[in-house]
Design a protein around this ligand. Structure first.
Ligand SMILES: *Cc1c(COP(=O)(O)O)cnc(C)c1O
Length: 361
């Protein structure tokens, strides 16, 4: 007995389960489990990364000025209201650390992203789960779950793992309705894939209580570099900036992200391909008796009759060398989340699921 104990809540954290990344004994495994860009990062980002190798002995920028300026230019945002983190996961962490502690509540939804709970518990706060309606965020249920103790309300829009999203009116109603003293966080990890959606930028621009989160891990194909950012009211960004480590982002990560966000031609190509193959995949699955909700992201949530069928299909796909994401941990045991790959990947997974369905009659 050492008498050494962690802070309350820490041992309630279940370790994050990431998408499986390999199948033993298979070199040709197709990974469709982590919503990665099938085209990888922009070649310009890779080139910037290569160049940054000459500066590895230098400490990186502490203010992320060049990256914030690039993001500001591309998105038409004020760079002084941007904070960059080691993935948007780190910004989620900063928000909880900065604004929620013992006795405070952090609200998110039934099928919400698991980092909200992890970061809330790490801060000593109490996670509160609001129900969804048919796998979509329900604004009324979210607002009903709020109390005077609510400090943060997290939703991803489009959401992961459902792929569904709520519209501008619903978002505004949510921002209007959260209690005084609470921050609404709009996690836009998949915002770019939703045609015409600004990720919540206008709301974050115009309100004192809204923060938008974005990432380089999905559309930009830089999950391995760990870069994300937040945009919000100056007062909140100031708090997050005080909390973050002065050198939280490495020089190579900053260089790669800046080049990536400036390469709009590459982005346009990736978005067009995603939209085309997302529609194709959803239709191909439906034709094989596997429905999904309309997805606004870079994955499709395939729905099966029950958890048993989803499990059997997952096993079948593994046999075929295809890795998808089981989402029982998100309260969706009868579903499999399938990242929209390139055309050959989509054809391969649709074909395998068709064979699975035929084999079961
Ligand atoms: C992937 C993802 C993130 C971002 O993760 P980082 O790699 O840490 O930027 C954030 N929110 C959701 C809902 C995600 O799916």
């Amino acid at each position: 007995m050492t008498g050494i104990t962690p802070q309350p809540g820490i041992l309630d954290i279940e370790l994050y389960v990431s998408g499986q990344s390999s199948i033993a004994g298979r070199e040709d495994a197709l990974k469709l489990s982590s919503n990665e860009n099938p085209f990888g990062p922009s070649p310009k980002a890779v080139e910037a990364l290569r160049r940054s190798a000459h500066e590895l002995h230098r400490y990186p920028s502490t203010d992320h000025g060049a990256l914030r300026a690039a993001i500001g230019e591309v998105h038409g945002l004020d760079p002084d209201r941007i904070v960059c983190g080691v993935g948007s996961d780190e910004i989620i962490h900063f928000l909880c650390q900065g604004y929620a502690g013992p006795g405070d509540e952090v609200v998110y939804t039934e099928h919400g992203f698991s980092m909200y709970r992890i970061s809330a518990l790490a801060a000593g706060a109490t996670p509160v789960v609001a129900p969804e309606r048919e796998r979509a965020v329900d604004v009324d249920a979210l607002l009903a779950a709020c109390t005077a103790r609510t400090k943060l309300v997290f939703i991803a829009n489009p959401a992961n793992p459902t792929g569904t999203m709520i519209g501008g009116d619903a978002l505004a109603r949510l921002a209007d309705g959260v209690p005084e003293g609470a921050i609404l966080v709009l996690d836009g990890a998949y915002a770019e894939f939703a045609d015409g959606y600004d990720g919540g930028a206008a709301l974050a621009e115009g309100r004192e209580n809204v923060v938008m989160l974005r990432t380089f891990s999905k559309l930009y194909g830089l999950g391995g570099m760990r870069v994300g950012w937040g945009y919000g009211p100056r007062a909140i960004v100031d708090v997050l900036t005080r909390i973050r480590g002065p050198f939280n982002l490495s020089g190579p990560a900053l260089a790669a992200a800046e080049a990536a966000v400036r390469d709009r031609a590459f982005v346009a190509k990736c978005l067009a391909e995603n939209a085309r193959m997302r529609a194709w995949l959803a239709e191909a699955l439906a034709a094989r008796g596997v429905p999904s909700d309309p997805s606004s992201a870079n994955f499709v949530l395939a729905r099966f009759a029950d958890a048993k069928e989803a499990e059997a299909c997952d096993a079948w796909l593994k046999e075929a060398g295809i890795i998808v994401r089981r989402v029982g941990g998100y309260g969706l045991p009868h579903c499999l989340r399938i990242t929209v790959g390139d055309e050959s990947a989509c054809r391969r997974v649709a074909h395998a699921i068709g064979q699975f369905r035929e084999a079961r009659g």
